[in-house]
Design a protein around this ligand. Structure first.
Ligand code: FE2
Ligand code: FE2
Length: 261
């Protein structure tokens, strides 16, 4: 079976890129499930119910998120209620929403999706490795395959998570940096891995934001309101082929598709 993972979707340009590019990816890869990181999908920061539903209606099976998920307080209720939208699992107890879900796919396969966040150069949250271990132990009983979005800054932490879960999950994909890495591979235990899926959004930007705003920030050190860049967009991610009888990956291919306007 095939899975598609889509990297951080940034604002309206990112959502438009999904709408434009996803149909051709579906035609090419015939995915049984599509997992996308939506932490920047609403105006670049966070998600709203409307933007989440828009993405789910485009065919996305599960939306994962990251550090920006908390930007819109009215979204917390939706995070609590919707089984297809996750926030990182290793926020402390009491944080709204959930960090893992099990979805029964049309082909009968039970897919477990886990969302985690890193601690290196990020907020000091609960240990993603220990939380991953306990969630994967629980999901192994309930799922035919498990996939993990590890939303983290440092490649070392992400690579370590790949090795930590190797042989236990179908794949570990990294998100958050908005820059696609060229290190996709199948680890020896059969876990597909990439350090970062990359961004789905405006190409002529700094991680999705207008270039002059970010350059000005670096030059003067002054805070300035972010604005999403305009212009051409692309969708970044991976396609992973999984043997559903073993729950291990057989192939992983990078996707970096320009969206034709
Ligand atoms: Fe992001
Ligand atoms: Fe992030």
């Amino acid at each position: 079976m095939n899975l598609i993972f889509i990297g951080d979707i940034v604002g309206r340009p990112g959502r438009r890129a999904v709408k434009t590019v996803l149909p051709e990816l579906v035609h090419t890869y015939k995915p049984d499930a599509i997992i996308a990181n939506g932490e920047n999908a609403a105006g670049g920061l966070g998600l709203t119910q409307d933007t989440a539903e828009e993405l789910l209606n485009l065919g996305i099976t599960v939306l994962t998120t990251g550090n920006h998920v908390w930007k819109k307080k009215e979204f917390y209720r939706f995070l609590e209620d919707n089984m297809r939208v996750l926030r990182p699992a290793n926020y402390p107890p009491g944080a709204p929403g959930k960090g893992a879900t099990v979805i029964q796919l049309a082909n009968g396969t039970r897919l477990g999706v886990v969302n985690l966040i890193g601690r290196v150069f990020m907020s000091p949250l609960d240990c993603p490795f220990r939380v991953a271990d306990s969630i994967v132990t629980e999901l192994e009983e309930k799922c035919d395959l498990i996939v993990v979005d590890f939303h983290a800054e440092a490649t070392s932490e992400k690579i370590a998570m790949g090795w930590f879960l190797d042989g236990r999950v179908a794949c570990v994909v990294g998100t958050h940096t908005h820059v696609q890495t060229a290190d996709e591979r199948i680890l020896p235990g059969g876990t597909g891995y990439i350090s970062d899926l990359g961004m789905t959004g405006p190409i002529d930007s700094v991680l999705g934001v207008k270039t002059d705003i970010i350059i000005d920030r670096f030059l003067k050190g002054l805070p300035k309101q972010f604005q999403i860049a305009q212009g051409p967009t692309e969708l970044c991610g991976v396609a992973v082929t999984v043997d559903e009888s073993t729950g291990r990956a057989k192939a992983i291919n990078r996707i970096k598709e320009a969206a034709l306007l």
